[in-house]
Design a protein around this ligand. Structure first.
Ligand SMILES: Cc1ncc(COP(=O)(O)O)c(C=O)c1O
Length: 395
């Protein structure tokens, strides 16, 4: 814990103007606080922005991912290849359906899932027997169903390698889910993040590129899937059902009108918001390149237009990341280790028997990465404060 009540620089800040405030106030002056016109407008604006046929607004990124898992037909015991280097929700949504995550390790540069390992896992799982077993968790997978999907994550705003993932998905008839919760506005080979799989999911927590407070949204070109997701998000009401008719077991994953109104203004400002974040990242990149022992985030320049979500610096081996983090915190600079590997969270160890060493690249990145304060609201002077403190704390 810090002995500063208020950090010198906040970990993140939403970028809210009078336009957002007014838009929310306008909703509050109507009787429609949920399921009104704003959600439709926000969905249309989001679908247009990424160039998808459909957008389904929900009340969190996690809810959106869960709907994708349902739409993909993932049932108890089914296998899904995914990454242990992610925010926890990308795996949790599989466990909600009692599916079994098949983790494969990630690329040491980007932290994104390695398509060559995805391909090997898919081939071996299709072969069955001992070839398949080696990819499964030590426990919790005595009986298992077919491989159904690949769930890839665009780590820190950089899309994964989707051409290679698509090839595996097509070859094995798998659904490809893109967790683009961190990558709104990013591009892969000039194609927008969110449209790179069969379904893409965005999240709008206040530290994201655009915010709705809490919120999320699925984009897809699959008309049947989006109808199903629309039903599921509102207590399982299929098109034509009345308020008290429920064709499916559903959820309350609806996005309210205040949030949708906020999101609508924010997506209208997306280029400005992305540009501000890029500027802050540029300031960090410049300064970090002069601090020995720490590296700026690494991008695959040939394929990626990054959309900065967090700014995760990486310490070179031999530095004690946690000690540096404690020193920064004591000086009023909030920082976060990013990510703590999913397979080493206590409930994952208990359920699946994972051990340290199972996914060495994920664990190495997890031990060396530190998210610095970051948002489009940061000033150059604040970046200076953080980088000066970092330089001193490393020594
Ligand atoms: C990669 C990833 N997936 C899923 C989520 C979940 O989004 P939410 O917090 O809106 O449920 C996040 C949120 O930070 C995320 O970064």
């Amino acid at each position: 814990m810090t002995d500063h009540n208020t950090p010198l620089v906040p970990m993140s800040s939403p970028d809210i103007t009078d336009d957002e405030r007014q838009a929310v106030m306008e909703v509050l002056n109507t009787p429609n606080l949920s399921m009104g016109p704003r959600i439709d407008e926000f969905e249309k604006a989001m679908a247009d922005y990424v160039g998808a046929k459909h957008a389904v607004g929900v009340n969190s990124g996690t809810a959106g991912l869960h709907l994708c898992v349902k739409a993909a037909g993932i049932a108890p015991g089914d296998l899904v290849i995914t990454t242990p280097f992610s925010f926890i929700a990308s795996t949790n949504v599989l466990l909600y359906e009692n599916a079994i995550p098949v983790f494969v390790d990630v690329d040491p540069k980007t932290g994104n899932i390695r398509p060559d390992l995805v391909a090997r896992a898919a081939d071996d799982l299709a072969a069955g027997g001992s070839a398949a077993r080696q990819w499964l968790p030590r426990k919790g997978a005595d009986t298992f169903g077919p491989l159904k999907a690949i769930l890839a994550v665009d780590v820190f705003g950089q899309p994964a390698d989707y051409d290679a993932l698509r090839e595996v998905a097509d070859r094995h008839h798998l659904v490809l889910i893109e967790d683009s919760c961190e990558s709104l506005g990013a591009r892969y080979k000039d194609r927008p993040a969110g449209t790179l799989g069969d379904y893409g999911v965005f999240a709008f927590y206040p530290n994201k590129q655009i915010t709705t407070g809490e919120g999320g949204l699925v984009v897809t070109n699959d008309s049947l899937a989006q109808r199903y997701m629309r039903g599921l998000r509102s207590q399982g009401r299929a098109p034509g059902d009345t308020w008290l008719q429920h064709t499916y077991l559903g959820y309350n994953y609806r996005l309210d009108e205040m949030s949708a109104a906020l999101g609508l203004v924010q997506i209208g400002r997306i280029e400005e918001l992305l540009q501000k974040r890029q500027q802050v990242a540029d300031w960090y990149n410049e300064r970090l390149s002069e601090i020995p022992g720490v590296q700026p985030p690494q991008l695959v320049a040939e394929t990626t237009r990054v959309s900065w979500f967090v700014y995760v610096a990486r310490f070179e081996p031999g530095h004690d990341r946690d000690a540096i983090a404690r020193r920064l915190d004591a000086r009023g600079i909030p920082v976060r280790p990013y990510f703590l590997p999913i397979h080493l969270q206590p409930y994952m160890i208990e359920r699946f028997g994972f051990k340290v060493g199972d996914f060495p690249v994920t664990e190495d990145l997890g031990n060396r990465g530190l998210a610095l304060p970051f948002s489009g609201m940061m000033t150059e002077a604040q970046v200076d404060i953080v980088c000066r403190a970092l330089r001193e704390c490393i020594q």
